[in-house]
Write a protein that binds this ligand. Structure first.
Ligand code: IPM
Ligand code: MG
Length: 355
């Protein structure tokens, strides 16, 4: 029997509640599909920081490095300076584990969830490959003459050939298994001239995949096309900052932040799975947050671990609940967090009985 070591970090705000439901789904899947998990829960997040002054201690980080996967609920809390816990937890994991891909599927499960008129599941099924370790996120920034009239603030967008190439190649590899086999490059090379490296590396990698159709959109136009003609996108690859932005837009196309999940991946190494949504501190402890995105992150984690069947059935359970209308109003607090967990567990057992 396969056994997986999984770090569970509930985090801040609604993170722990949605994580609890995601873990129930993971446990149910492991029981049905015959694999086992060794879960280690870590308390890191703002409460822990306020109580102990530690964000992510080295000893715990060393432990996590040796695991198969990490599940993260959500991070961020207004009681501490902006970005402090985000950088100490999410960015630390992304950078120090070299999780160079942020994979964000945008898939519409039911037309009723989409704010666009006349668009259905056949129109919205894309995979956004967000480069995850470079661009404006390397932390290289500075201020001069702080607080004075002539203050200067800079932040460097960093791209390396190796970093761009591995993200682009990952996108092309993903496209090979998809019927449309298309990769779109989303950049802003007309204004951010350093992104010419993306244009060139994309063309070089594309030459190795002659069967794959390629397309290009500047990020401003990509936002427009994603709303107007989402069916034009299959796999898209983009620098970190644009990936952050277009995937929030994409999340809305599939029904909102209550549904969208992501994988921070280094193929073959410990990787991190999380819902895209934030910690929504004002809903903390109210049992109203939708755990659907967290459950979708479990599905992505299972897929990454090689438990393909389990991943599919978890995703299928969510699809069934969303399209039958049982899970209406996802993310609006219409169903309590644990009631949605109950529904998914029940649906999972029903679906598994049929396979
Ligand atoms: C995301 C988030 C993070 C990001 C924040 C919390 C730093 O918005 O995962 O999309 O910008 O990457
Ligand atoms: Mg974001």
């Amino acid at each position: 029997m396969s056994e997986y070591d999984i770090a569970i970090i509930g985090g801040d705000g609604i993170g722990p509640e949605v994580t609890a439901q995601a873990v129930r789904v993971l446990d149910t899947a492991s029981e049905i599909f015959g694999f086992s998990t060794r879960k280690t829960e870590y308390p890191f997040g703002t409460d822990h920081y306020l109580a102990t002054d530690e964000i992510f201690p080295d000893a715990a980080f060393e432990e996590v490095k040796g695991m198969d996967a990490i599940f993260l609920g959500a991070i961020g809390d207004p009681r501490v300076p902006v970005g402090m816990i985000e950088f100490g937890v999410i960015a630390k994991l992304r950078f120090e584990l070299d999780l160079y891909i942020n994979l964000r599927p945008i898939k519409l499960y039911d037309a009723s969830l989409c704010p666009l008129k006349d668009k259905g599941p056949e129109d919205i099924d894309m995979l956004i490959v967000r480069e995850n370790t470079e661009c404006a996120y390397t932390g290289m920034h500075g201020f001069a003459h702080k607080g004075q009239a002539l203050e200067v603030a800079t932040q460097t967008m960093v791209y390396t050939r190796a970093g761009v190439e591995r993200a682009v190649r990952y996108a092309f590899e993903l496209a090979q298994d998809r019927p449309r086999n298309q990769v779109t490059l989303i950049d802003k090379a007309n204004a951010v001239r350093a992104q010419d490296i993306w244009t060139r590396v994309f063309a070089e990698v594309a030459a190795e995949y002659p069967e794959t159709k390629t397309d290009h959109a500047y990020v401003d136009a990509a936002c427009m096309w994603m709303v107007k003609n989402p069916e034009w996108f299959d796999v898209a690859v983009t620098p970190n900052l644009f990936g952050d932005i277009v995937t929030d837009l994409g999340a809305m196309l599939q029904g909102g932040m209550g549904i969208a999940a992501s994988g921070n991946i280094h193929p073959g190494r410990v990787s991190l799975f999380e819902p895209i949504h934030g910690s929504a501190p004002k809903y903390r402890g109210k049992n109203v947050a939708s755990p659907v995105a967290a459950v979708m992150a479990v599905s992505m984690m299972l897929d990454f671990l090689g438990e393909k069947k389990a991943a599919e059935v978890v995703e299928g359970s969510i699809r069934a609940l969303l399209s039958s209308g049982e899970l209406k109003g996802v993310g609006t607090g219409m169903h309590s967090t644990d009631a949605v967990g109950d529904m998914v567990v029940r649906e999972l057992r029903t679906a598994a009985a049929k396979v």
